[in-house]
Design a protein around this ligand. Structure first.
Ligand code: ADP
Ligand code: MG
Length: 501
């Protein structure tokens, strides 16, 4: 199958004529032990259909019971997003057929969500703060999972059979829906990415989800419409479904802006529809025409009583909230005395947590920052991986830093030790031993090497004595060579000065 080709309008031209409006719907799978309405395990990755029960299979007569931890986690998320928490909220049935949803309806919340009217302030790459308004965060259950066989890349298109796994059916989900995001203009894709990134960081910090976009425990649907600049009324939106990385969120928005603009420029109309994002080429393709909420025939689930959240309980939950990521960043910035820009560089490099752990393992903040943000970031860049993906731990970096600080390794040797760990040669001490990294402290040996080098370079000695003290580089080089790099250059320089003074 070849990728469909699209007419796209140049990005700058899109912005001359149109104003993008976005709406982001993020599904977060909660890391409760059991499912939202039954007791089977909510664990990811088990043998297919091993975590099922009459309720999650929708068998006749089975009755749902609400998972209190699921509700507590939903409230945590709502509070962290500055939402109001409903004293009483309700579950509704969202009716639709899907082969991995045996009940033929999904239990969700409709007009009475547990959390509503909040916001999340996100920071863009250049440090600008952007407030994303939250419309609601509601509880629902996940569907099962289909595996399509015989097609390309596991897609349904061209498949000859599909397998149903109900392990995920009934796993608690929170859906967080933004209000329309207006006015971002050229930065719309960046705002979308920053928002989903901030949300991911937030739910992970709250400990309510592992928020793994790659494993589907966090997924984003991105709505986008364009309206001619100056027009108030929103244009028609498309909804790109199940985007599973931050980079893809950014690209999906960008692509839809350029695609929709091309359609509008040709006098065409945007159809309200779902679209699928293609990781391979960064395009979106047509899904199904979008249902309206009437199509789902929502009604209150008669099997479930309203969810009551007494104020005292909400306040108890508020008291258990951990330090939120943006407050933690502000505190650390102050503790380490970093400028806004230094802090931003470090956050953008994905180095914050690594540096914190390195400091916890005994390094100073300055040392840890220097190693991660310069040397290791360079290595990550060379290898085209994220900093956190390098095969070296903060503890190992702290060990190298300690050896350099104690004078047992020169900085250069420290780098060699790091290289060895990255190359899979073992832990720091192992690499130090196998690569023979040690500063020679034996003054006798170094002194002998210095004497030898001075004797071999009478011209340099002469210049030095004539007052040009900057000429010692060749001598130091010769000593380093003679000691196979094990001398401490500082010590060598001191010795030279002593001998020639
Ligand atoms: P649906 O049931 O279609 O998923 P939701 O209300 O759950 O609808 O989510 C729609 C999302 O799109 C919300 O974030 C909303 O703010 C946003 N939105 C609504 N209208 C538009 C529009 N015309 N253009 C862009 N985004 C929109
Ligand atoms: Mg929705």
């Amino acid at each position: 199958m070849t990728a469909a080709s699209y007419d796209l309008l140049d990005y700058d031209e899109v912005l001359e004529k149109y104003d993008p409006v976005m709406g982001l719907e993020v599904h977060v799978e909660l890391s409760t032990n059991s499912k939202m309405f039954s007791t089977s395990s909510a664990r990811f990755g088990d043998e297919p259909n091993s975590n099922v029960d009459p309720t999650s299979l929708g068998l006749p007569g089975a009755l749902p019971v609400v998972n209190a931890t699921g509700v507590e986690y939903a409230i945590k998320i709502g509070l962290a997003l500055n939402c109001s928490i409903a004293e009483s909220s309700r579950f509704a049935r969202k009716n639709y057929f899907y082969p991995d949803q045996p009940k033929n309806y999904q239990i969700s919340q409709y007009d009475e969500p547990i959390a509503f009217d909040g916001y999340l302030d996100v920071v863009l790459e250049d440090g600008t703060e952007w407030r994303v308004e939250i419309e609601r965060a509601h509880m629902e259950e996940d569907t099962g999972k289909l595996t399509h066989l015989g097609g390309v890349d596991g897609r349904i298109h061209g498949a000859t059979a599909s397998l149903v796994d109900c392990n995920r059916a009934g796993v608690p989900l929170i859906e967080i829906v933004t209000k329309p995001i207006e006015g971002a203009g050229a930065r719309a894709p960046e705002v979308a990415k920053a928002y989903v990134g901030a949300l991911r960081e937030l739910v992970a910090a709250l400990g309510v989800s592992d928020a793994r976009m790659d494993q589907g425990s966090m997924r984003c649907d991105a709505n986008l419409s364009l309206r001619p600049i100056g027009q108030e009324k929103f244009g028609t939106r498309t909804e790109t479904k199940n985007i599973n990385s931050l980079r893809s969120v950014e690209q999906a928005i960008r692509f839809e802006m350029m695609r929709q603009a091309a359609v509008l420029e040709e006098g065409g109309e945007i159809v309200q529809e779902t679209r699928h994002y293609q990781e391979t080429d960064g395009t979106t393709s047509k899904g199904r025409p979008k249902e309206t909420s009437e199509d789902y025939r929502y009604f209150n689930d008669p099997d479930l009583p309203p969810v009551i959240a007494p104020r005292e309980w909400v306040e108890q939950i508020r008291a258990t909230l951990p330090e939120l990521p943006w407050l933690r960043r502000a505190r650390i910035q102050q503790e380490w005395q970093l400028s806004d820009e230094e802090m931003r560089d470090l956050v953008n490099a994905g180095a914050l947590d690594l540096i914190v752990s390195t400091v916890e393992a005994g390094a100073s903040a300055d040392e840890a920052r220097a190693w991660w943000v310069s040397y290791l970031a360079g290595k990550a860049n060379e290898q085209g991986v994220e900093l956190g993906e390098l095969p070296i731990s903060p503890e190992q970096v702290a060990r190298v830093i300690a050896l350099v600080r104690e004078g047992k390794l020169t900085t250069k040797m420290g780098r060699s030790a790091v290289d060895g760990v990255l190359a899979g040669e073992g832990g720091v001490d192992e690499v130090v031993a196998s690569r023979g990294l040690e500063v020679v402290r034996d003054d006798g040996a170094i002194e002998a090497a210095v004497d030898e080098a001075l004797a071999a370079n009478p011209d340099i000695v002469e210049k030095y004595r004539a007052g040009n003290t900057k000429v010692t580089g060749a001598i130091v080089g010769a000593v380093m060579k003679a000691t196979r790099g094990k001398a401490d250059p500082k010590q060598v320089n001191q010795l030279i000065a002593k001998k020639l003074s």
